[in-house]
Ligand binder design. Structure first.
Ligand SMILES: [Zn+2]
Ligand SMILES: [Zn+2]
Length: 98
């Protein structure tokens, strides 16, 4: 889900237009598994507080990948998974090495 810093970005017209255009360009086909009706436009370079205001990252088709819900979830879970990264959460909710 969109984190807080991203909220106004994901509500912006620029993003909505770019997203719609990209989905149309890819005919709504998931770029990983080929399933139709894919709706998640994923940023290959993940957005953060800084790069979200750089259109060449946040709004450039080169940084987009159209994914179905499942592939999108996988992409994020794999990268976030504390087990894969050999990390755990400390008492303050920060990721630290085991
Ligand atoms: Zn897929
Ligand atoms: Zn994503």
């Amino acid at each position: 889900m969109a984190r807080l810093f991203a909220k106004s970005f994901y509500n912006s017209k620029a993003w909505k237009n770019a997203r719609k255009a990209y989905i149309a360009l890819k005919f709504g086909i998931c770029e990983r598994c080929g399933k139709p009706d894919a709706k998640q436009v994923h940023h290959k370079i993940w957005l953060n507080e800084t790069n979200i205001s750089h259109p060449e990252i946040s709004l450039d088709f080169k940084n987009f990948e159209l994914l179905c819900d499942l592939c999108h979830q996988k992409e994020h879970n794999e990268k976030y998974s504390p087990i894969n990264l050999d990390l755990k959460f400390d008492d303050n909710g920060n990721l630290i090495k085991r």
